[in-house]
Every structure is written in C-alpha cells, then in structure tokens.
Design a protein around this ligand. Structure first.
Ligand code: SF4
Ligand code: SF4
Length: 137
C-alpha cells in the first residue's frame, strides 16, 4: 500500500517537488496523483502538504510538519560496520563513508558521516535498511 492523494488537493505541486523518487504527478491547480509502484513510503508528501490532502498507507490523513521538526538520523558510530547499504539507499545522498586517509590506511575505520544534513527528508530509509540497527530516529 502506498500513500494516496485525496480530492482535498489544490494542485499546489509542493509534494511533487519534494518526493525523492518522482512518484507524484499532476498539473498546477489540478488534483495530483501518486504512482504506488514508485512510492517508497517516505512520508514527505504528507509532511509538506498544506491541505492535508495526503493519506498514509493506512488511510490516515497526514498533518503538515515544519521542516525544523523533521526527524534526523542518529548514527551509532561504534556500531556502524561501514557497509554502505544506507549510503546507497538514501534518496537524497545525505550519507557517506569516510575514505581512508591514504593508500593502505588500515587505521581509518570506515565511518558513516551525515554530510548533507540540510538535504535529509527524514524518510527513515537509512534506518530501515541498516543490517545492524546502527541508525535510529
Ligand atoms: S510517500 Fe514519499 S515516495 Fe511516496 S509519494 Fe510521498 S514523497 Fe513520494
Ligand atoms: S502538496 Fe497537497 S495540495 Fe499540494 S499538490 Fe500535493 S497533495 Fe495537492
């Protein structure tokens, strides 16, 4: 089940501009629609919609959340194994693994870095895909 746009939509396009996977289509001032096959259920559309026109997968209308209140990932650097799964799955490229300082550098433990905090949309995908639970919200 994906997120859904109801007829409360006024076609302001904000959700379409913020969807990390381009799952939302629509014309200005026309009701927009979500392609369920593309939606990754990140919830961003529901957080930005000014009209409460987005329903979550259980049919509950989402409330607008100001960007300052969006949750951010908490990285447990001691637990992180540096596997990069989160880096590869982050739809906004907010994460990276620290590179070794020089060729043959065996001391730099692959550290996960949250290098583009402003771009983070709080979709929690990094936390969902981390195989060892090193990322929480
Ligand atoms: S839940 Fe996320 S991926 Fe799905 S339509 Fe909304 S913004 Fe796009
Ligand atoms: S943000 Fe809300 S009102 Fe605006 S286009 Fe998307 S669903 Fe419609």
């Amino acid at each position: 089940m994906a997120y859904k746009i109801t007829d409360n939509c006024i076609g302001c396009t904000i959700c379409a501009k913020n969807c990390p996977v381009g799952a939302i289509t629509g014309t200005l001032r026309e009701q927009h629609a979500i392609d369920g096959g593309l939606c990754i259920e990140c919830g961003v559309c529901g957080k930005v919609c000014p009209k409460g026109a987005v329903e979550d997968p259980s049919g509950v209308p989402c409330s607008k959340v100001t960007k300052e209140q969006w949750k951010k990932p908490i990285i447990d650097k001691d637990a992180c194994a540096g596997c990069s799964v989160c880096v590869e799955n982050c739809p906004k490229d907010c994460l990276e693994i620290e590179d070794p300082k020089f060729h043959g550098d065996i001391h730099t433990v692959a550290q996960l870095m949250f290098h583009k905090e402003d771009a983070c949309i709080g979709c929690m995908i990094c936390s969902k895909v981390c195989p060892i639970g090193a990322i929480t919200f």
